[in-house]
Every structure is written in C-alpha cells, then in structure tokens.
Design a protein around this ligand. Structure first.
Ligand code: GLC
Length: 465
C-alpha cells in the first residue's frame, strides 16, 4: 500500500478561504496564477526544507543585537557617526560562507540587504548610507549572490521595509525616536512626523527593491520584514504592498515571497507563513487550511552578531528543531550573524559543522520529506518524517530507547535500517512473556542495539509495504 500526502501544496494553497475585501483590507486575489502554477513555483522550496539566514549589517559593529539602535534609543546621526567609520568586514569571503552553508545541507540562503537601521549592503544609487561608501568599499550583496549561486544554493534577499535612517520614514512604535518619547505619545509622534512623508519614502523603497531585483540576477526568495501592528504601527497601505508584490513578481516571476507585508488577508499576497523563533505544535493553518510555512530561528536569540549572548542552542536541540519542523510539513531557516570582520564566529561554526556531519548521513530524512500520513503515531521520544515519493518513513530518535522501539504500525514496515550506516534493523513481532512476568501486553516493533550509535540524532529509515 502506498501512502500519499493528504494535502498537496496545490490543495493547501488553493483551498484558502475566501472573503470579500472591505474597507482597509487588501484584495482577496492579486494575481491570476493558478493553484497548480503556484505549487510548481514553490516545489523546490518545499522540497529543500533547510536554509541559512544571514543578518549582516552595521549592527555587527556594536555587536549587541540588530535592534541596538532602537533598544538604546540612538538617533540615526549618532549611530551613523559612531559605527559607520568602524565598519570594515575585511575578512568577508562569501565563497567560504557558501561552502559552509552547502556542507551544512542548507539549500537556500537569505541575506539582509538592508535591516531596520536602513544601512544598505549593496551599491545602491538611492543613498550614500551604504557599504560601498565605507572603508571596505565592496558590494557585499553581489559577492553573496555570486558565491552562493556558484555553490548551487538558491539566493534570497531579506529587505526591511521599515527604515530608521530615512528622514521621511514616519516614526512608529519600533522606531528609535519613539523610544525617547516621554509623556503624551500621540502628540509626540504627530510632532515627529510633521515633516516626514511616506510618499517620498515609498518611492525610495520601491527604487531600492527595483535595484535588487534587476541588478543581481535571479532572486529566488524575497523576505520582506515587517509590518508593525497596532497603535503607532503600520499597515499594508503604508508600503503600497499590493503594488510592491506586483513589482516583485513582474521583475522576478518565480520569486517566493514571505508573509510580512501585511497581506495575510489576501490569498496570494504571500507564499509562506513565517512563525518566528517558535516550535509549532502543529502544521500552521490560515483560515482553517494548512499552508506552506518556514520557521526562522537564531542560534542564540539575537539575529545580528551578539558577542555577549550566552543562550546558544546546542546541536542536539537544533537538529531536533529541524526534524520537528519537517515532521509538521515546514521549512527551517537558521540564522548566522557574522562578526564585524565578516566571519562566522566559532560558536556558529561549531554548530554548522555539526549539521554538516549529521546531514551527510541523514539528509534523506529531511529533503523531500513532510508530515506522515494519517495513522502513523510517533513512538515516545521520536519524531517521524515521511517521503511520499519513495514511501519511506523516518524515525528520528530525540531520546534513544533501550534495545527496543515499540511501533504500533510495525506490520506496515517492509524493511528497516539505520540511515547513518545502512545497517539492518530487525522487526520484532509481538511475543508473549512468561507467566511469571505478569500480564504484559505483547508489542511489536524494532530491535535496536543497546548502545546509542555515535550520531547526534540517530535516524531509522523504514521502507513501507
Ligand atoms: C524580526 C526582527 C528582526 C529579524 C527578523 C527575522 O522581525 O525585527 O530583527 O530580522 O524578525 O525574522
């Protein structure tokens, strides 16, 4: 018997609930792409499952969070004067980064071209607040795109729609100047915004995105970030998000776009949901339907390089995160914050090398995999992933059992083996115990070696009948 995914990507996207666009809401549909076309456009991304996020910008210099300017309420002049002259990532070697990502099994990479601080990592014509005006002088984005493409890694751009540097960008609640306000917020914000003009900012932003989408070859992913909600926040209208989506698709028709332009109410104003720093208990849904999703995660909390943060996740935790995510039909994009000299630090390297070793043996349980079909319950201490093409099921051991793994679906297993060495795992039929054991329920399952193999998270590959 061959099991198939219950919901194909096309069905997931196609069955999103519809509603009438009312006041303030974006249109229900923006494009006339069919569900099948959309599924085809996203097929590589859903297959590949694992990507690298890179947060690299001026904030790498203070090295205490990419939000340092807001957290410490630093006005842009002070920030610029203090850090711009110091930013010289002389050890930046995009080819090294690309090789590291590739070895770690990451199939796509997304680089911050501009973060909320507004500093541009490419040679833009729109501003002088850019990397090519520093002592370093090179176009970081171009070198990234060339090097990653050369390694066969798909290229994505993160682009902050918020901008704390541009004089026309209106002050909202994440803005550094907002943090300085004492007293009546409404009056203060009105005063701060009196001469700011979002029309001018929008033009600037569109020009920047146009440059990125026309000057750097094929861009596989655009990761717009983000629409701050609520009072003193913004909405999709502030970005003219529908037009921004249209321009994105016009310039790069195949490009896959995240969900942070404030267009969640549109069926096709986004391609994948972006739960941040969380382990989802279930496959996320939108209007009752499962959707393509990617969780973005840091090693340690901060996205930009943070020298003093000591909350780094361990390699077993990170592998568990990847296995768990895929077991719920999602992607994982794991972030590295390079140092101000342009390198991945030793803590990041240690984990990426750990991934390289694990993925070398176990990538078959990740690529092309998804949630199991109905009826397969993961035994305690494990998560299951499933490849619908090969009808193979993978047991990821987060907690290694003692010599035996009970499996209530053992009868559906044709053959089982460890993935890291291809060694056979024998299937054990339920057998009754001697009377002196009391009444033990006979269970079937897999006979395992008593000792945990020397693999961070051992995986058993099961070919199903
Ligand atoms: C958030 C943060 C940001 C980070 C991003 C990555 O929106 O503002 O610093 O870049 O998430 O997902």
């Amino acid at each position: 018997m061959k099991f198939r995914m219950l919901l194909s990507a096309a069905a997931v996207v196609g069955q999103l609930a519809t509603f009438a666009a009312g006041d303030g809401r974006p249109p229900k549909r923006i494009f006339d792409e069919s569900d099948a076309q959309r599924a085809e456009r996203m097929a590589w991304w859903i297959h590949d499952r694992f990507g690298m996020f890179i947060h690299f910008g001026l904030y790498s210099v203070p090295a205490r969070h990419e939000w340092v300017q807001s957290f410490e309420a630093i006005d842009t002049g002070t920030y610029e004067r203090r850090y711009l002259p110091r930013f010289n990532p002389d050890l930046y070697d995009a080819r090294k980064w690309a090789k590291t990502a590739k070895a770690a099994g990451m199939k796509y990479a997304v680089l911050t071209t501009k973060h909320h601080e507004g500093f541009c990592m490419w040679d833009t014509a729109t501003t002088d607040y850019k990397i090519t005006k520093t002592a370093f002088g090179r176009d970081v984005v171009r070198e990234f795109a060339d090097a990653f493409r050369a390694e066969g890694i798909k290229v994505g751009f993160y682009f902050s729609i918020m901008d704390w540097h541009h004089p026309d960008y209106t002050v909202d609640h994440p803005h550094p100047l907002f943090q300085k306000i004492t007293g009546d917020k409404k009056a203060a914000v009105e005063k701060l915004n009196a001469n700011r003009n979002m029309d001018r900012y929008r033009k600037y932003m569109f020009d920047q995105v146009r440059e990125l989408l026309t000057g750097y070859g094929r861009i596989d992913i655009l990761w717009y970030d983000y629409t701050p909600e609520g009072e003193f926040g913004k909405t999709w209208r502030d970005w003219d998000a529908v037009e921004l989506m249209k321009m994105t698709r016009r310039l790069q028709p195949h490009c896959i776009v995240d969900s942070r332009l404030g267009l969640m109410e549109s069926d096709d104003g986004w391609d994948f949901a972006t739960p941040e720093q969380c382990k989802s208990a279930d496959w996320p849904t939108v209007r009752g339907r499962r959707v393509p999703w990617e969780t973005c995660q840091t090693f340690s909390g901060s996205w930009g390089y943070h020298r003093d943060q000591n909350t780094w996740k361990s390699l077993p935790q990170l592998i568990e995160l990847l296995s768990e995510t895929v077991s719920k039909g999602g992607n994982l994009i794991l972030n590295v914050g390079p140092t101000a000299r342009g390198e991945f630090d030793h803590r990041a390297m240690e984990r990426l090398e750990g991934f390289a070793e694990w993925m070398h043996h176990n990538s078959r349980s990740i690529y092309g995999c998804t949630q199991t079909p109905e009826g397969f319950v993961a035994p305690n201490g494990t998560v299951l992933t499933y490849n619908p093409e090969s009808n193979t099921l993978y047991v990821h051991h987060l907690c290694y059992p003692m010599g035996f793994l009970p499996l209530d679906f053992y009868e559906k297993v044709e053959y089982a083996q460890f993935l890291h060495d291809g060694s056979e795992i024998r299937i054990r039929k339920p057998k009754s115990e001697h009377g002196q054991s009391g009444e033990l329920k006979p269970v079937g399952g897999l006979t395992l070696p008593m000792q945990k193999p020397n693999v961070t998270v051992p995986v058993i590959e099961m070919f199903l009948k």
